[in-house]
Write a protein that binds this ligand. Structure first.
Ligand SMILES: [Zn+2]
Length: 219
């Protein structure tokens, strides 16, 4: 246990996700040894974090401007939208360098028991992006009884659902697939899930293996 400002900094770092007390101590001691200039830069960046960040009005990605860098990039395919749960999922997909379309961030996944219904997610905005209008979605219900008003999509013609392969993510994918399937000229797909690269069949769980069978591709 240290005392004074050093312990305060250790306590603050300990509260962050993925940082245990030992790492917090190591970071705090490291900062204590750093050039005051470097510490100042860190302090300024932290101070600007919440004021300088907003959400893209098109895709709800975290952005510095009204429209995020991906949506503002004219070389990206506007007709293709990849639906993800969180902004951090965009970073993961971007790292592959494979995807050249745009995104849509839902802000979570459907979880009726946790009080997360369609209204808590950016689903209306997604429907609007593909050219429809969703007047009223019941809260805390996975099944929407209100049919969206169907109009031809203005520029989006493919939606790839990339929600997490867990209970909530699967429920969200099923809900979106049902909601979007009747839009004229719109194709809806789900990111394939299966056996990890470098993996061994012997160690793959049954659920993953059955998904891999269901999502098999022709060679
Ligand atoms: Zn955007």
């Amino acid at each position: 246990m240290f005392e004074g400002p050093l312990q305060d900094v250790i306590d603050e770092f300990s509260r962050l996700p993925g940082i245990g007390p030992k790492s917090a101590q190591r970071i705090a001691l490291h900062l204590l040894d750093e050039d005051p200039e470097d510490v100042q830069r860190f302090q300024t960046a932290l101070g600007r974090l919440q004021d300088g960040v907003t959400f893209c009005r098109i895709c709800h990605n975290i952005s510095q401007e009204e429209v995020c860098r991906v949506c503002a990039d004219s070389s990206r395919d506007k007709s293709l939208v990849c639906v993800v749960e969180e902004t951090k999922d965009i970073q993961v997909i971007e790292r592959t360098g494979e995807y050249r379309g745009r995104y849509h961030v839902l802000g979570g996944a459907l979880d009726p028991l946790g009080g997360i219904g369609p209204k808590e997610l950016n689903i209306t905005a997604l429907v609007q992006r593909v050219g429809g209008a969703l007047p009223d979605v019941p809260t805390n219900e996975v099944d929407a009884n209100n049919e969206p008003i169907l109009e031809p999509g203005p520029e989006v013609n493919e939606v790839i659902i990339a929600t997490d392969p867990n209970t909530e993510g699967e429920a969200t994918a099923a809900y979106l697939a049902r909601l979007l399937r009747d839009f004229p000229g719109l194709s809806v797909s789900r990111l394939a899930s299966g056996i990890p690269m470098g993996g061994d069949l012997e160690f793959v769980d049954e659920l993953t293996l059955s998904r891999a069978f269901a999502g098999r591709t022709r060679l």
